[in-house]
Design a protein around this ligand. Structure first.
Ligand SMILES: [Zn+2]
Length: 249
């Protein structure tokens, strides 16, 4: 790498429905074909194994326990219908609807739970606090807790840690110093900074990049059935052509 860093490949495979071993193998193959070489990862090992999130549950449970003990999270028993009635539709990306805080009064019940299973666990955000960070690409960012996002889920009712919690726990355990990811996750970074503060972890630097979109403006994502790397490859695109594809905000 140009900056002499260590590139880590972590397979974020917590969603069992969407994560199958054959997809992971195809992803590795496609990224290698594109010319990306990582120093640590599921296929090459490294000092912070395992590199599959599905095998890192103990790290997430430990983070959940710390948040519970510290009074940062509460069990939310709202049904899907409750939430659908209370909130606006989510935006593009990982975004979730603004939760109105109906179960905040359950904060005191948190310690009755030995394990997270059975309810959604939400992080109690500091309403009105402005979360700021300097993005290495987009520059200064500011998001308002309670306006840009509400009490977000850190552990799902179906007993799967939420993305926000998993990546924060992994970034700390794997000693990640620089996070590079898509601009659709800028707001998530504000949420994660709150988690990092609560867990007393070190804050990495962040570089968010523009999303690659096809000619109709649809972003490259398998779940939207847009052009995947595999599809572009089958269509005869070269790695050089793909790496030169225009990105847009
Ligand atoms: Zn609730």
């Amino acid at each position: 790498m140009a900056h002499d860093g260590t590139l880590v490949f972590r397979n974020e495979d917590l969603d069992m429905q969407r994560s199958k071993p054959k997809f992971a193998a195809a992803m590795v193959e496609d990224l290698r074909w594109l010319g990306i070489r990582w120093h640590e990862g599921p296929d090459v090992g490294g000092p912070f194994t395992p590199y599959e999130q599905s095998a890192r549950r103990e790290f997430y449970l430990s983070a959940w326990r710390k948040l519970r003990d510290g009074g940062f999270i509460y069990p939310c028993t709202c049904s899907r219908e409750d939430l659908a009635n209370a909130a606006a539709a989510p935006n593009e990306g990982d975004d979730e609807p603004l939760y109105p805080g109906r179960c905040r009064h359950r904060l005191g019940e948190a310690m009755q739970h030995e394990i997270p299973e059975g309810v959604n666990w939400r992080f109690l955000i500091p309403d009105g606090e402005e979360i700021q960070f300097d993005d290495l690409y987009f520059g200064p960012q500011r998001f308002m807790a309670g306006k840009d996002f509400g009490d977000f889920v850190v552990w799902r009712r179906d007993n799967i840690p939420a993305y926000q919690l998993a990546v924060v726990a992994d970034d700390a355990a794997m000693q990640i110093t620089e996070v590079v990811r898509g601009a659709d996750l800028l707001k998530s970074t504000a949420r994660q900074l709150l988690l990092i503060r609560a867990l007393k972890m070190l804050v990495p630097s962040y570089y968010h990049c523009n999303l690659v979109r096809d000619e109709t403006g649809v972003r490259l994502a398998k779940r939207h059935d847009a052009l995947s790397l595999r599809r572009l490859r089958e269509l005869g695109q070269s790695p050089q052509e793909i790496l030169k594809m225009r990105t847009s905000r």
